[in-house]
Design a protein around this ligand. Structure first.
Ligand code: SAM
Ligand code: SF4
Length: 339
């Protein structure tokens, strides 16, 4: 690898061994959450001690370094990102970064009533809100402790704040919520939102259910929708792994995130930073680099951090190997990975 100063690196610095250009960073700012979704977490979770988390300043330093190296999109996620104390400070700092085109957030919506306008003002462009059911009792069952009214109020607040786009994310599970596919799309359409359907991934043990048994493939969701809608496949992308369809005569796009039925690794353009500062090169593999060590060993010099990020591209794996029936599953839960 070329060892010249990273100051001279052009925006194409981050290219991996498979010639994939990395221009998208997802940052998990906390592994904690005010909900306990059955596919994401176990009921009784042990969280990372707060002392081991990157500070907000350190998270910004890493984010800025990625932008220096050509990343154009940062998504803030978690855990529930809005539960991290002082997190607005991070949004405000990232929102000022020249070169960052897209600053986005994935949230369960419970705190959007309080933060939506401030997020918009800080420069957040788009917001994804997770919603798997419109029924109060089911929402509670899936999130274990959630109150749907808070999430619905959060959605209203996001729509009012005027982000470029507000999107719903729904994980569809057989015999849990697959009968709500239409209702969720109608809800999104009425409000001019997009919606993405996500296949459940085997990240961590959840004890709630057998993931294989509840598996509901994207093509099944699509088939259900095609009974009612004229869906047009598009080549549109929001820079993530979703494939999109448009409903005829509507602004709403329907996305499918299908790690099982449609392997999305070939065009992977992203890496993930955990709240502890571990750079994960793949959602479904353990390959990682400890950036916290690099950040703390070099408090005044970003060059070693830039170098560590560039070198990390060398170990980005070709793809995930998700298998819902195999044991053991990947130990890491989604809240750690930063979904
Ligand atoms: N708490 C926020 C939220 O729920 O949107 C952000 C973090 S959450 C981990 C991000 C996304 O990952 C959510 O849309 C959630 O539905 C999804 N997710 C969590 N665990 C998953 C799993 N095992 N398989 C597929 N999607 C999962
Ligand atoms: Fe929390 Fe999001 Fe995981 Fe649900 S999916 S438990 S809201 S981090």
């Amino acid at each position: 690898m070329n060892r010249e100063s990273t100051e001279q690196q052009n925006p194409t610095s981050l290219i991996d061994r498979f010639n994939r250009r990395i221009n998208y960073l997802r940052i998990s700012v906390t592994d904690r959450c005010d909900l306990r979704c059955v596919y994401c977490m176990a009921e009784d979770m042990e969280f990372v001690p707060r002392s081991q988390l990157l500070t907000l300043e350190e998270l910004f330093r890493v984010g800025k370094s990625f932008v220096d190296l050509g990343v154009r999109k940062i998504r803030i996620t978690g855990g529930e990102p809005l539960t991290r104390r002082g997190v607005m400070q991070l949004f405000e700092a990232l929102g000022e970064l020249r070169g960052l085109d897209d600053l986005t957030l994935t949230t369960n919506g419970t705190l959007l009533g309080r933060y939506a306008q401030a997020l918009k003002d800080a420069g957040v462009t788009r917001v994804n809100i997770s919603l798997d059911s419109l029924r109060e009792d089911r929402f509670r069952r899936i999130t274990r402790i959630g109150d749907i009214h808070r999430t619905l109020a959060g959605i209203d607040a996001a729509l009012k704040a005027g982000f470029q786009r507000v999107k719903l994310n729904s994980v569809i599970m057989k015999n849990r919520n697959e009968d709500e596919i239409h209702d969720l799309v109608a809800f999104a359409e009425e409000r001019g939102m997009d919606i993405s359907f996500i296949e459940e991934m085997p990240l961590g043990e959840t004890e709630d259910h057998d993931r294989g048994e509840l598996y509901y493939a994207s093509h099944q969701v699509l088939a259900v929708l095609q009974q009612h809608y004229e869906l047009l496949a598009t080549t549109e992308t929001t820079g993530g792994p979703a494939r999109y369809y448009r409903i005829d005569d509507s602004d709403t796009r329907i996305g499918f995130i299908s790690p099982h039925s449609h392997n999305f690794c070939e065009h992977c353009n992203r890496v993930r930073l955990t709240a502890e500062g571990r750079l994960l090169l793949c959602l479904g593999q353990e390959h990682s680099v400890d950036l916290r060590r690099v950040v703390r060993a070099n408090p005044l010099n970003d060059e070693p951090l830039h170098r560590a990020i560039i070198d990390a591209m060398e170990i980005k794996p070709k793809g995930h190997e998700f298998d819902l029936t195999a044991k053991p599953v990947l130990f890491r839960h989604m809240n750690v990975t930063g979904g």
